[in-house]
Each structure stands twice: as structure tokens, then as C-alpha cells.
Design a protein around this ligand. Structure first.
Ligand code: CMP
Length: 133
């Protein structure tokens, strides 16, 4: 069993899509191991997205992630990291395939409704970031 971090982003929480998105995970056989609804400071978003710090969209991305409540979840399944990325769909919702979360709910490349870890190493880091007690 593998674990990964999923975030339901402010655009989706604002539109009350949490339950529908969680249902999509459950239908694909994911177990939601831990979850919490929080709002983070911009400085925390900057740390979380540190890997993107040289990108031109970094500042807007951090402003956005800290702009409203988010739901952070540890989700578990065999091959969870890859399976989650498949279920989320392409980063830009306009490129995402039918049946994916971003195709169904994403608004734009920024407001793309969900985040998921992209590697084993980052899944560990991102889970620790939000759930280390
Ligand atoms: P996420 O999976 O959370 O990881 C980084 C985020 O940056 C990505 O989703 C997008 O929402 C956001 N982003 C904004 N602009 C871009 C871009 N040009 N390319 C990739 N990601 C972008």
C-alpha cells in the first residue's frame, strides 16, 4: 500500500465540492486515512510549493493556496501516487481527460481544484508537512 497527499484547493472548497471529490477517490478504491480542513498562511504555502520558487507563477500560486480553506488528506491505495495523478488529470483542466477531477471541476491552470504529490519522495515530504505531529 502506498500513501500520497491530496489537497482539495480553495476553488473547490469554495464551491462546496469536497464531498463529491472525496467520493471520486472512494469510488476509485482510495482510503482516506487522515484529513483536515485548514487555511494556511502565505508563508506556509511558500514553503509547501518551494520546489516552484523560480517559476513565474510562484507568487500567485502561493497567494491562491492561502486564499481560503483547503482540505488536506492522506489517501492510500496500491500505486497511490500514480493512481491519484491519473484521477486528477492534466494540470491544465482544458487538457484533462473525461472522468478526471480536473476535467469535471477545474476552472483554470491555477484553479485546478486538486493537488497531488508527484513522487514517492515528495509524497513523504508533503505528508510530513501537513501531518507531522
Ligand atoms: P499543483 O499540482 O498544485 O502544482 C503546482 C501548481 O502550480 C499547479 O498545480 C497549478 O495549479 C499551478 N500552476 C500555475 N501556472 C502553472 C503553469 N504555467 N504550469 C504548471 N503549473 C502551474
Amino acid at each position: 500500500m502506498e500513501q500520497t497527499l491530496s489537497i482539495i484547493k480553495p476553488d473547490a472548497v469554495e464551491r462546496h465540492l469536497e464531498d463529491e471529490i472525496k467520493q471520486m477517490f472512494l469510488e476509485k478504491g482510495f482510503k482516506i486515512v487522515k484529513e483536515k480542513k485548514i487555511q494556511i498562511e502565505k508563508t506556509e504555502a511558500e514553503l509547501f510549493y518551494q520546489v516552484h520558487q523560480t517559476k513565474p507563477f510562484y507568487n500567485d500560486l502561493c497567494t491562491y493556496l492561502s486564499s481560503g480553506p483547503i482540505v488536506v488528506m492522506i489517501i492510500e491505495k496500491e500505486n497511490a501516487i500514480k493512481e491519484n495523478r491519473n484521477l486528477m488529470g492534466a494540470t491544465n483542466p482544458k487538457d484533462a481527460e473525461e472522468g478526471t477531477i480536473r476535467k469535471k471541476y477545474g476552472i483554470s491552470i491555477d484553479k485546478n481544484s486538486v493537488h497531488g504529490s508527484d513522487s514517492v519522495e515528495n509524497a513523504k515530504k508533503e505528508i510530513d508537512f501537513f501531518f507531522k505531529d
